[in-house]
Design a protein around this ligand. Structure first.
Ligand code: 5RP
Length: 224
């Protein structure tokens, strides 16, 4: 199976996973990226079974709208029944690295508002220790160099993602050479640096379930 077929399989599995949780007034949190895009496309098939969605990016919002799915402002919603999104890495605790698509801040907000986070990923994203994928950090443009110097002090090698401006008007530093043995601690520490909006570690609020696409089929994994 190709990586895209694995992504399609987990997107399809996510539809089956969330269907029993939906009511006609349910609002769903929807993520960003190629795996989330497959999910959005399948979501179109069951759009009569829920009320609408909150999207973690302008791109996902546009894709949802094209399918006739109502997209709501996050501020108008008290709770999302479920949030479905991909990841760049996951460990056995379902601590994640996200933000490869630069949508990490809105993803974290959608995650915070959601009752349950269903992560969907192909098996290439499964790791023992987080950090091989460079950790994205969203930064206020004026603070870019200062934040980069602080990240070096933490042992990382930050690289400016040139040409990328987030949906919030900020920039991204991708931090290489991190071996993240304390994901909750590092998430907190980086978020304390002045000028950081947020970082792509989802450890304080990890995924609740991971649907992992493997050659043997989709595995449903809960945090260790
Ligand atoms: C976007 C993300 C994505 O979930 C992550 O990058 C995975 O993307 P893909 O499904 O394309 O592999 O965090 O900011």
């Amino acid at each position: 199976m190709t990586q895209d077929q694995l992504k399609q399989a987990v997107a399809r599995a996510a539809i089956e996973y969330i269907k029993p949780k939906l009511f006609s007034d349910s609002i769903i949190g929807v993520g960003t990226g190629s795996t989330a895009n497959f999910f959005i496309d399948y979501l179109g098939e069951i759009k009569s079974q829920f009320a609408g969605a909150v999207a973690s990016s302008d791109a996902s919002a546009a894709r949802l709208k094209k399918l006739g799915i109502d997209v709501l402002d996050c501020n108008s919603v008290t709770e999302l029944v479920v949030y479905v999104d991909g990841a760049d890495e996951s460990n056995a605790y379902l601590h994640l690295i996200k933000g490869g698509g630069a949508a990490l801040t809105r993803e974290k907000i959608v995650r915070a508002v959601s009752k349950e986070f269903v992560c969907i990923a192909d098996e290439s994203k499964w790791v023992d220790v987080l950090g091989k994928f460079p950790l994205p950090v969203e930064v206020i443009p004026m603070a870019r160099s200062y934040v980069a110097r602080e990240l070096v002090k933490l042992g990382g090698t930050p690289v400016y993602r040139e040409g990328v401006v987030t949906d919030n008007g900020n920039v991204i530093l991708d931090v290489y050479n991190l071996q993240i043995i304390d994901p909750v601690g590092l998430e907190t520490r980086i978020n304390q640096i002045t000028g950081v909006v947020t970082n792509g570690l989802f450890a304080a609020q990890p995924a609740d379930v991971l649907l992992l696409g493997t050659k043997e089929g989709v595995k449903t994994l809960f945090p260790r």
